[in-house]
Design a protein around this ligand. Structure first.
Ligand code: CTP
Ligand code: MG
Length: 389
């Protein structure tokens, strides 16, 4: 992107979330299995008209932000914010200016996780004829002044609720921030651009864009998200042969045993079944398709890499893993003593609480190949909440 070119999205995520009262800043709280900030970053990063995404964070939040955005971008563009929203935006605009500026910027609150692409399209189209554009919604409720008792009704015909993202030509918003006197506060950028004498137009907002401010807003956001996702179930099954003197890996845990499983990778039969279950719920093929046994790079590979791949596929689709259940079928070794360690390991790999992971085992009453200790089989089932499409 050369100087003054392109479109940059700035997500302000440097607040402390005091009114939410969660103990962690609300932008890092999980919402539908992913940090609040990650929802809008994913939409902005995927939008074809947006060239770069910058996230403005609070002091010492680099690792938290990187973890929150890991499934979207390996190396996010993080800029340190300030003590108020206005100062955070100013820091972002100055940092962008140092890197060559942009033609257009979109400035968005991390606390508004649900961002319809249509809103972005409308805002950018409006910038063709205005210096700024903001999404806003008319007010449906009756408005009343209140002192100690009910006062006058406020006519609402010309009143709108203002949301973000707000779109501006970069030069106009940067100049407006620079011209603003430090003592004054502003709750959004449009009022500053307007104050600088520019034309700011209104495009249709969206109820989904409402900001998460109080704890009750979170409950409503979870419900909104649930309404857009369907539970999907996938199953997986795998078998590997037992051979003497090999290490035995099950659910990512090495088990001391006279025999181990043979296969192209480390032959962790339980993880393989689980990977197929997750891929099945996503309808994205199977483990052999993504990691062909004919490919030498997977020889001896640790199977946790396959599980991390499936986890990341789910996250990239905006899906949440609601629950997984693995059954190991073998005569020996005894799985019971290791089941809790296995659960913890799988939960860790999937970045889920252990309460969403089940590991159990059964024998086949000495019948069949498992009963004769020739091999170990595993079955898995995974339930995912997948965006409805
Ligand atoms: N914000 C910011 N820098 C600040 C203050 C706020 O980047 N110094 C961001 C927030 O992270 C949020 C957005 O501006 O995404 C809107 O602010 P608000 O909803 O007020 O969030 P908080 O300031 O975190 O919440 P509170 O006011 O309740 O503490
Ligand atoms: Mg605030």
């Amino acid at each position: 992107m050369s100087r003054g070119q392109g479109t940059v999205a700035i997500i302000v995520a440097a607040g402390v979330g005091e009114r939410m009262g969660l103990g962690v800043p609300k932008q890092y709280a999980p919402l539908g299995g992913r940090a609040v900030v990650a929802h809008s970053v994913a939409v902005l990063a995927a939008h074809p008209a947006i060239d770069r995404v910058m996230v403005v964070i609070g002091p010492g939040q680099e690792r938290q932000a990187q973890a929150a955005l890991a499934d979207i971008m390996a190396d996010p563009w993080l800029v340190a914010g300030g003590a108020t929203r206005r100062e955070s935006v100013k820091a972002a605009l100055e940092a962008l200016d140092v890197e060559g500026g942009a033609a257009r910027v979109l400035i968005h609150d991390a606390a508004r996780p649900f961002l319809p692409a249509r809103v972005i399209d409308d805002l950018l189209a409006a910038l063709d004829s205005h210096e700024g554009a903001i999404p806003a919604l008319p007010i449906a409720d009756t408005l009343v002044r209140h002192d100690s008792v009910m006062g006058d009704i406020v006519p609402r015909e010309h009143l709108y609720r203002v949301q973000t993202p707000q779109a501006f030509r970069f030069g106009a918003v940067l100049a407006a921030h620079r011209a603003w006197s430090e003592g004054r506060e502003a709750t959004d950028d449009a009022q500053m651009v307007r104050d600088a004498g520019h034309d700011v137009t209104i495009t249709p907002g969206d109820a989904m864009l409402d900001k998460l401010t109080y704890a009750a807003d979170f409950v409503q956001a979870e419900a909104r998200l649930a309404a857009t996702r369907l539970p999907r179930t996938g199953m997986g099954f795998d078998v590997h042969r037992l051979v003497e003197g090999k290490p035995l890996w099950l659910c990512g845990v090495e088990i001391a045993h006279s025999h181990g499983l043979s296969g192209h990778s480390d032959a962790d039969v339980a993880i393989h079944a689980l990977v197929d279950a997750i891929l099945g719920a996503l309808a994205e093929g199977d483990i052999g398709q993504h990691f062909p046994p004919s490919d030498p790079q997977w020889k001896g590979a640790a199977s946790h890499r396959f599980l991390e791949f499936a986890r990341d596929r789910a996250a990239a689709r905006g899906a949440e893993i609601a629950h997984v259940d693995v059954t190991i079928i073998c005569e020996a070794p005894k799985i019971g003593p290791h089941a809790q360690t296995m659960r913890a390991r799988l939960a860790d790999l999937l970045a889920l609480p252990a309460s969403r992971v089940s590991v159990k085992a059964t024998t086949t009453e000495r019948l069949g190949f498992a009963g004769r200790r020739e091999g170990i089989a595993a079955q898995a089932i995974a339930t995912l909440l997948v965006p409805n499409s």
